[in-house]
Design a protein around this ligand. Structure first.
Ligand SMILES: Nc1ncnc2c1ncn2[C@@H]1O[C@H](COP(=O)(O)OP(=O)(O)O)[C@@H](O)[C@H]1O
Ligand SMILES: [Mg+2]
Length: 381
C-alpha cells in the first residue's frame, strides 16, 4: 500500500484553478485514510459549500491518487474550511479579509474617488459599470455619496428596490445592465440628510451586508469627494477593495491631487489608477479645445506611481446622456468619450486578479479542459 506521503505527493498535483496553487499548499486536504483493501479516502476542504469547481477536484484527486501502485479505489469527500482556516488561506494568498455575507460572491470591489466634487466621479462610475457589462462582465454600482446621490438617475433607475422574503434588499437592474443601489432610495428626495460618523458607518455597512448583489465580477462604489468618513469606513469594511481616482486636467490642481494621494495613503487601499475627466476635446473644425488645461491626470498618476487609465474628453453628449439616465457608453459606444471610458474599463479588468486555470497542470492531471469551463473567467479584452 502507498504511504500517506506518497498520496500527499500525488495530491500536490491537484491545482485549484481559481487560486492557481495546489490543494496541499493551500491547506485544503483535510484527511487521508489508506485502507488495507486498496481504498483511499481523501477529504478536501472547500472555501464555500457550493463550490463550482468541486467536480474538478473530485476528478483530479481520483485520477492522481489512482496512479499509485496498490490503490484500487479512491473516495473523495468534501467539507468547508472554518472561518479561521479561511483567514489562514487568505494570508497565504496575501490578500485582505474575505468578504462576508452578501459580498461573498462579489469578485472585485472598486471605489471611485476624487479629491473634490464635480469632477465627474458619478458620471465615470455609472458609465464604467455600463461599459463593464457591455464587455461581458457582471457589474453593480453603489452610490455611497450620501451628500449627492446620482447613480440611480444616471443609470435610469427610478423604482425603489424590493425586499426579498429573506429580508435582503434586491438591487434594481439598470436598462444599461448594471445592478444599482443607493442610500438615496431610502430617504426622502428633498430631505437634507446630515449623516455623521457612526450613523454613516452603520448605513454603509448595512448596504454592503444587506443588499443581495449575488454573483458580480465588479462592484463600483461612488464615494463622496474627499477624505471623509465614508472612505475611512469603506477601507475598514473592505480592506480588499481598490481605488480609482478621478481628477480634472488642470496641472494647478496640485493641492487637490495631493489630498487624494494623502487619502489613498491614509486608508491604505491599493490605487488601481487615475482617470482624467473633462480633458481636451476636438472642436467642430478638428481643433483641440482644452478648457481645463492639460496634463493633470498624468501628473497625479506619476505622483502615485499608478497607470493613467484614460483621458475622458469634455463631451456634451456624455453629460446629456447622464442626465437622461442612458449612459453614453451604451448609447453611443464609438463616441470619443465612450471610447475613453471603455479603455478605462479594460484597464480595470486587466488589473483585476483574474483566476486563470493552469492549463498544463490540469491537463497533466488528466482532467479535460471542459471540466473547468464552469468557472466564470473575466475575459481580458
Ligand atoms: N467629460 C464630461 N463632459 C461633460 N460633462 C461632464 C463630463 N463628466 C461629467 N460631466 C458633468 O459634470 C457634472 C458633474 O459630474 P458628476 O459626475 O455629477 O461629478 P461628481 O460625482 O464628481 O460630483 C454633471 O453634470 C456631469 O454630467
Ligand atoms: Mg457625484
Amino acid at each position: 500500500m502507498p504511504t500517506e506521503e506518497q498520496v500527499t505527493e500525488k495530491l500536490a498535483g491537484v491545482i485549484d484553478p481559481e487560486l492557481r496553487r495546489n490543494i496541499v499548499d493551500l491547506g485544503m486536504v483535510r484527511s487521508i485514510d489508506i485502507h488495507d483493501d486498496g481504498r483511499v479516502d481523501v477529504v478536501v476542504s472547500l472555501t464555500t459549500p457550493g463550490c463550482p469547481i468541486r467536480n474538478h477536484f473530485q476528478q483530479a484527486v481520483v485520477q492522481n491518487v489512482s496512479e499509485l501502485e496498490g490503490v484500487e479505489r479512491v473516495e473523495v469527500g468534501f467539507d468547508v474550511l472554518s472561518d479561521s482556516e479561511k483567514g489562514e488561506l487568505q494570508q497565504k494568498l496575501g490578500r485582505g479579509k474575505l468578504p462576508d455575507g452578501a459580498l461573498a460572491q462579489v469578485k472585485n470591489v472598486i471605489c471611485v474617488a476624487s479629491g473634490k466634487g464635480g469632477v465627474g466621479k458619478s458620471t465615470m462610475t455609472a458609465n464604467l459599470a455600463a461599459a463593464l457589462v457591455a464587455g461581458g462582465h457582471s457589474a453593480g454600482a453603489l452610490d455611497c455619496d450620501v451628500y449627492g446621490y446620482s447613480i440611480p438617475r444616471m443609470l435610469g433607475v427610478n423604482r425603489k428596490p424590493e425586499v426579498s422574503p429573506e429580508r435582503k434588499i434586491i438591487p434594481p437592474v439598470s436598462p444599461a445592465g448594471p445592478k444599482v443601489m443607493s442610500i438615496g432610495f431610502f430617504v426622502d428626495e428633498n430631505a437634507a440628510v446630515v449623516w455623521r460618523g457612526p450613523m454613516l458607518h452603520k448605513a454603509i455597512q448595512q448596504f454592503l451586508e444587506d443588499v443581495a448583489w449575488e454573483e458580480l465580477d465588479y462592484l463600483l462604489l461612488d464615494l463622496p469627494p474627499g477624505t471623509g468618513d465614508v472612505s475611512m469606513t469603506l477601507a475598514q469594511l473592505l480592506p480588499q477593495s481598490k481605488i480609482v481616482i478621478v481628477t480634472t486636467p488642470q496641472p494647478a490642481a496640485q493641492s487637490v491631487a495631493a489630498r487624494t494621494a494623502e487619502m489613498a495613503a491614509k486608508v491604505d487601499l491599493e490605487v488601481m489608477g487615475v482617470i482624467e475627466n473633462m480633458s481636451a476635446f476636438n472642436g467642430p473644425g478638428g481643433e483641440r479645445v482644452s478648457i481645463f488645461g492639460e496634463g493633470g491626470g498624468q501628473l497625479l498618476a506619476d505622483e502615485l506611481d499608478v497607470p493613467l487609465l484614460a483621458k475622458v474628453p469634455l463631451s456634451e453628449d456624455l453629460r446629456e446622456h447622464a442626465d437622461d439616465g442612458t449612459p453614453l457608453v451604451t448609447e453611443d459606444p464609438d463616441d470619443p468619450a465612450s471610447q475613453a471610458i471603455r479603455t478605462a474599463a479594460r484597464g480595470i479588468v486587466a488589473q483585476s486578479p483574474v483566476a486563470l486555470p493552469v492549463m498544463e497542470t490540469v491537463a497533466a492531471a488528466g482532467v479535460p479542459a471542459a471540466a473547468i469551463s464552469g468557472t466564470e473567467l473575466p475575459v481580458i479584452q
